[in-house]
Design a protein around this ligand. Sequence first.
Ligand SMILES: C[S@@+](CC[C@H](N)C(=O)[O-])C[C@H]1O[C@@H](n2cnc3c(N)ncnc32)[C@H](O)[C@@H]1O
Length: 254
Amino acid sequence: MKAVKKFLKQQFHRALLKVFRRLGNRNNYYLIRGNIEQANRYTNPILNKPESWFVDFGECWFYSLDTVRYGTLELLSREIYEHEIEGSVAEVGVFQGIFASAINNYFPDRKLYLFDTFEGFDERDVQIDRQMGYGTQSYHDFSNTTIDLVLSRMSHQEKAIVKKGWFPESASGCEDEKFCFVSLDADLYQPIYAGLCWFYPKLAHGGYIMVNDYNIDNYPGAKKAVREFAKNNSISYIALPDMGGSVVIGKPLL
Ligand SMILES: C[S@@+](CC[C@H](N)C(=O)[O-])C[C@H]1O[C@@H](n2cnc3c(N)ncnc32)[C@H](O)[C@@H]1O
């Protein structure tokens, strides 16, 4: 029964991808195409070879419907390559590595830093959210992951650098690094605010930070962190209509 269910799910997913692909190819919809494959006609200007890829959504196929999030990632990567912006890429809040594997695909020649406890939320961060009056009892349990599972999803595994531990402590030793793209997807106030403070000064001009969960009621700390950081540093951001209610922060080109 389980095997039949899995098979049907896979078939449904495949059929869905086929429809998206058709639409994407016919109408040049980057948003639709973004999470399906890096457009096979697109030639990475730096690597000078076509990169075709497919995110392994595995059991989490539902995420593949988030065309806005993945399409935005594709378009930001194009901006970065076309403007020849240097730097590594990173994600804080990796969980099972699904979005991280897409980052790895779109930035195949960049070091990819993967920051996570790989054990779920840290009680210190949950406590801070609680003190802010947020209903932390609805928070998800993200302990169901392993570093091996995450690495197995990476098609350019040699570029992945795992930083296991509590962020920002786990970032020590990387202070001299420059970044062109960062995903902050740690849900809670503390790691997101700390992530913005830590990465923004290290972000290359022409680089981007994507923060997930800004417009998600479950995790109000994300919005608070972004708004506070933006106000304190006079920066602006753009809200996306993706499933995770993300925002994008850019650092102006010089
Ligand atoms: C929503 S999940 C990430 C999902 C993933 N980005 C994706 O799209 O597939 C949030 C992750 O943030 C991690 N996290 C939260 N606070 C953290 C902290 N202070 N340090 C390290 N990891 C943290 C959790 O362990 C969890 O795996």
